[in-house]
Design a protein around this ligand. Structure first.
Ligand code: GSH
Length: 219
């Protein structure tokens, strides 16, 4: 039976799994759920009540990093390097990508302009750390697309929508990171990880939150 990726249309963690599945050419069914009204069948397979979950081989695998690692161990081509230390570094930067997603959440939930500016500066600082860790590209570890790339494709997708609202300077003075963002945006696996209406769905989500960013969108 085809694996099922239990998903939410806006979830960046789902996108990681979708990108890895696409890089490996694995056919799968994507099943979107409403996280505001979680169905019982979903709660039965998702102990933390979160997307993504991969239903495969009669089992449910939850947590996006675990799903990605499982897919990497079971389907070619490998996205992780064979060297243990390089692999550990990739995993470290995957964690960094998760922390960056939390910082992005803090940014779009900021209640006033002062907090919004502080969050934007925090994100810029984190991208400065990325800039220092990036090699010559086009991908995180060089020529080959890897697991850190799968994590950052969804991160940069937020910036595409933020850029349409205002220039928050998140990548200011960071040319390597900007080039990496461009390379990821062109990658077919990254492009197909969301539906065509993703930008509009994200804008609608952000507009409704009643935050400083929402106010910027209605000005
Ligand atoms: N650490 C989890 C995070 C997943 C996550 O936060 N998913 C969000 C949607 S993007 C979710 O399902 N939230 C619903 C909830 O927490 O009730 C992973 O990497 O899979």
């Amino acid at each position: 039976m085809m694996p099922v990726l239990v998903s939410h249309p806006l979830c960046p963690y789902v996108q990681r799994a979708a990108i890895v599945l696409a890089e490996k050419g694995v056919a799968y069914e994507r099943r979107d759920i409403d996280l505001a009204v979680k169905p019982d069948w979903f709660l039965a397979v998702s102990p933390l009540g979160k997307t993504p979950v991969l239903l495969t081989g009669g089992a449910a695998v939850f947590e996006s990093a675990v799903i990605c690692e499982y897919l990497d161990e079971t389907h070619a081509p490998r996205l992780h390097p064979s060297d243990a230390l390089l692999r550990a570094q990739q995993r470290s930067w995957m964690e960094f990508g998760s922390a960056l997603l939390n910082a992005i959440g803090a940014f779009y939930n900021a209640v006033d302009e002062q907090a919004l500016a502080a969050c934007a500066a925090d994100i810029h600082r984190r991208f400065q750390q990325v800039e220092a860790a990036l090699g010559d590209g086009p991908f995180f570890m060089g020529g080959q697309f890897g697991m850190v790339d799968a994590v950052f494709g969804p991160v940069f997708r937020y910036l595409d929508v933020f850029d349409g609202i205002a220039d928050f300077g998140m990548l200011e003075g960071l040319p390597r990171t900007a080039a990496w963002r461009t390379a990821l945006a062109a990658r077919p696996s990254v492009r197909q990880a969301v539906s065509a209406d993703y930008p509009e769905l994200l804008r609608a989500f952000l507009r409704k939150r009643g935050t400083a960013l929402s106010q910027r969108m209605t000005r």
